[in-house]
Design a binder for this molecule. Structure first.
Ligand code: HEM
Length: 487
């Protein structure tokens, strides 16, 4: 028998033995998956899971599955066997064990559109390096010195364009505000300039593709978004080349570093391709989520006059004190006085759930409370389900900012005594906690400050936030405004 024949004989035998012992092992220790339904072949239960529903609920699919199987169940979603978790403890366990037992795992289409170097899809050392850059750029020090004045400037720019007794889509206005802010902060683009407006147009097409089915076929939103992606990248690349050309032979030390583009060119060793994806992913992460949160706050507040009244009192006091000191622009101390505003922000994030669930996969076989989560399975921590769970939040179906009072801004008064780090996770958690959470809260607070001081508003048409699962107002949240001046 030749060596090759021997090998060909040996390999199947070894494989058969391996399978045999595996079956025995499984028989001895049968794997205990959570209950659930794997649905249809390949598509599983994805269509039901993604069916739009009111953003202030968990949706029929989730409700029925939790009622039937409990807060941890198995399913087949996004083409993969999946464990879905509406359980606060498991959600925290998943997020805290990033890189050890679980790993970030967004559908491939997200990488296709945001880029392979996007922070949302990177894992391991490369993710860490990109994260450090983002955190540096969004540090508290920069928030105080650079971002707060810019946030106020962009807020006033949007609000000053609102005409007395006019009706418009509040969601578009919130988008204008957060886009202008990010475009300035990332690439020093001025709002209203033709190049900024052109970029905004491309970006809108790009966003429609991010949230549409990933079908790269002629005429689809996804195909159009891929085209916009390459236009946007060319735009950023031109900006990058301009900066490098400007300093010429003097080297990168001479580059200005007061926007993200300048900062990465000067202080990092990232390649051109990596910088482009980083810039695009920060534009995406920082624009969409914050604008929806502001639109949600406008929506919830118009239904809660008592909260608006209390906000007015808080902001009138801040504004009066400034007037007495002869100061105009808000500063960090003023921001820190916005205590009830923080309650409104927390409640908006809890009730509106801008990011409803996160995409992870198990990278090892994991056991949790008697259940097995096999390595390679997709895992979805559904943070929205915990935020709307009556066992964690009293009357979760009510917008009630007062639940956050006397909780040092992070935990609500709950008759069930749960600690907050388990139950309130609008910004995710663990090593991938949102890098822009403080900026997002600052944006909301400053916007609310000038909004309640200068305007009254009500809904001009019925509208409601829906989870598609990305949160959106189908009619754009039409509001009617009247000016008032409280100081
Ligand atoms: C209310 C607004 C916002 C919400 C609800 C939100 C939510 C989140 C969540 C849940 C994650 C975690 C994703 C995951 O673990 O898979 C995340 C990540 C991230 N967010 Fe935000 N975000 C908001 C605003 C912002 C802003 C203004 C920025 C600034 C540019 C930003 C930048 C980022 C970045 C860079 C990451 C990736 C962090 C990492 O992977 O290490 N976000 N965000």
């Amino acid at each position: 028998m030749s060596d090759l024949e021997f090998l060909l004989f040996l390999l199947p035998s070894v494989l058969a033995l391996f399978l045999f012992f595996n079956v025995i092992r499984r028989k001895k220790n049968p794997i205990h998956l959570p209950p659930g339904n794997m649905g249809w072949p390949f598509i599983g239960e994805t269509i039901g899971y993604l069916k739009p529903y009111s953003a202030t609920t968990i949706g029929e699919f989730m409700e029925q599955h939790i009622a039937r199987y409990g807060k941890i169940y198995k399913s087949h979603l996004f083409g993969e066997p999946t464990i879905v978790s509406a359980d606060a403890g498991l959600n925290k366990f998943i997020l805290q064990n990033e890189g050890k037992l679980f790993e970030c795992s967004y559908p491939r289409s997200i990488g296709g559109i945001l880029g392979k170097w996007s922070m949302l899809v990177l894992v391991g050392d490369m993710h860490r390096d990109m994260r450090i850059i983002s955190l540096n750029f969004l540090s508290n020090a920069r928030l105080k010195t650079h971002l707060l004045p810019e946030v106020e400037k962009q807020t006033l720019l949007v609000l000053s364009s609102w005409k007395e007794n006019s009706t418009f889509c509040a969601q578009d206005e919130a988008k204008k505000f957060t886009f202008n802010l990010m475009a300035r902060h990332i690439m020093s683009l001025d709002p209203g300039k033709p190049e900024t407006e052109q970029l905004k147009k491309e970006y809108i097409t790009f966003m429609k593709g991010v949230v549409s089915p990933p079908l790269n076929l002629p005429g689809t939103a996804y195909r159009r978004a891929l085209k916009s992606r390459s236009t946007i990248l060319k735009f950023i690349e031109r900006k990058m080349d301009d900066r490098i050309r400007k300093v010429g032979d003097q080297g990168s030390e001479k580059l200005e570093d007061d926007d993200l583009l300048g900062w990465v060119l000067k202080h990092s060793n990232l390649s051109k391709e990596q910088i482009l994806d980083l810039v695009l992913s920060l534009l995406f992460a920082g624009h969409e989520t914050s604008s929806v949160s502001i639109a949600l706050a406008i929506y919830f507040l118009q239904g809660c006059p008592t909260a608006v009244h209390q906000l007015q009192e808080e902001h009138v006091e801040i504004a009066r004190a400034k007037k007495e000191l002869g100061e105009r622009e808000l500063n960090w101390d003023d921001y820190k006085k916005m205590e009830f505003t923080q309650c409104v922000i927390n409640e908006t994030l809890r009730y509106g759930n801008v990011v409803r669930f996160l995409h992870r996969k198990a990278i090892k076989d994991v056991q949790y409370e008697g259940y097995d989560i096999p390595s390679g399975w997709k895992v979805l921590p559904v943070v929205a389900a915990v935020h709307l769970d009556p066992s964690h939040f009293d009357g979760p179906q009510h917008f009630h900012p007062w639940r956050w009072q006397n909780t040092s801004g992070s935990s609500p008064s709950s008759s069930f005594g749960t600690t907050m780090s388990n139950t309130f996770m609008p910004f995710g958690g663990g090593p991938r906690l949102c890098a822009g959470s403080e900026l997002a809260k600052l944006e909301m607070a400053i916007f609310i400050h000038h909004l309640v001081l200068n305007f009254q508003w009500d809904l001009a048409d019925t509208d409601e936030a829906f989870a598609f699962p990305f949160v959106d107002f189908p009619k754009g949240l039409p509001i009617r405004i009247r000016r008032h001046s409280l100081i």
